[in-house]
Design a binder for this molecule. Structure first.
Ligand SMILES: [Zn+2]
Length: 253
């Protein structure tokens, strides 16, 4: 087995480990998600200290140990400075990282998800797209890339595109009023369904051109979370609860 791995990676999570070190969850371009210790990174003078924070993309030289990797060298490519200076962008960026970290298994290459996260962090950094729509785009895309692609092009049973639709998690698609199955379904207005479908087929840089009403955004958020919750416990996400707090503070102003 090759002991050294040189790879581009994004820092998904970084937490203190003992007095000196940090434990990182990295999304590498070549080998997917992996855990790595950054020795001495909690020391201010450490060469690694600057590159082990959230929102880092860098070139990592990793040494494979028995159970974990160790960061041996690190060159920061970008640290998405604007995300760090904007509290909303920070919360969204953290949510993207958390979702990636929770959904991916270690050691399974996921280059498309690497590019998705990199592009969505870049978009937050450039502050061109509506952050809420970017988040919905990210949620839909990551699930789709992991194989949970929602069918949103007309009723699964009869093909009707008239709407309104009813989403079924167990079927992974929508039904029309006539064909809707029994059990739990999520009602879905036609416009919101088309919005979700167009986001799914879109390149990240195009999200900046998308406009949606507040009602559509609310419905799409509820839909995505209903869909996501089927796969992962979103209620435990720190980035999301942090976001809710920010939104509530802004509302109270
Ligand atoms: Zn139907």
């Amino acid at each position: 087995m090759v002991k050294m791995l040189k790879t581009r990676a994004l820092v998904l999570r970084s937490r203190p480990l003992g007095e000196r070190d940090r434990l990182l969850s990295l999304l590498t371009l070549e080998q997917g998600k992996l855990s790595a210790v950054a020795p001495g990174a909690r020391k201010i003078k450490s060469k690694l200290a600057a590159g082990v924070d959230y929102f880092t993309c860098g070139s990592f030289l990793l040494y494979r140990g028995r159970s974990l990797f160790t960061v041996s060298q690190l060159e920061v490519e970008t640290s998405f400075r604007n995300i760090r200076e904007n509290i909303r962008a920070y919360a969204y960026g953290m949510f993207f990282a958390e979702l990636t970290d929770k959904l991916l298994q270690e050691g399974e290459p996921a280059p498309e998800i690497f590019h998705l996260l990199f592009n969505c962090w870049s978009s937050l950094d450039e502050n061109k797209a509506d952050q809420e729509l970017l988040a919905r785009f990210f949620e839909l895309k990551i699930l789709s890339l992991l194989g949970y692609h929602p069918h949103l092009k007309g009723c699964l049973y009869c093909g009707s595109t008239a709407g309104p639709f009813f989403w079924s998690n167990s079927s992974g698609g929508i039904f029309c009023e006539k064909c809707r199955p029994g059990g739990a379904v999520f009602p879905f207005a036609k416009g919101t369904c088309s919005l979700a479908d167009s986001l799914l087929g879109m390149a990240p840089e195009k999200v900046a051109n998308v406009r949606a009403s507040a009602i559509q955004k609310k419905e799409l958020k509820d839909f995505n979370h209903h869909f996501l919750q089927y796969w992962v416990d979103v209620t435990s996400f720190q980035g999301l609860s942090f976001l809710e707090k920010i939104v509530n503070v802004e509302k109270d102003k």
